[in-house]
Design a protein around this ligand. Sequence first.
Ligand code: FES
Length: 65
Amino acid sequence: MITALCGGCCICGTCRVRVLDGDPGPMGPDEAHLRWQLAITDPAIRLACQMRPGCRLRVDIIQPE
Ligand code: FES
């Protein structure tokens, strides 16, 4: 299960996943800003609540610390 403490408001960063396969869609400015605040540099790590994929994805769920 993906943790999503802010309910998808893009302020917590607890919904991180590593995209293993598939196109997660473009990254919006809110997600880009929170990734910057959280120092996430790996492009495969995305915020699940912000993704709008047009296909099935395979991801690893990153548990919040
Ligand atoms: S659920 Fe909080 S940023 Fe995704």
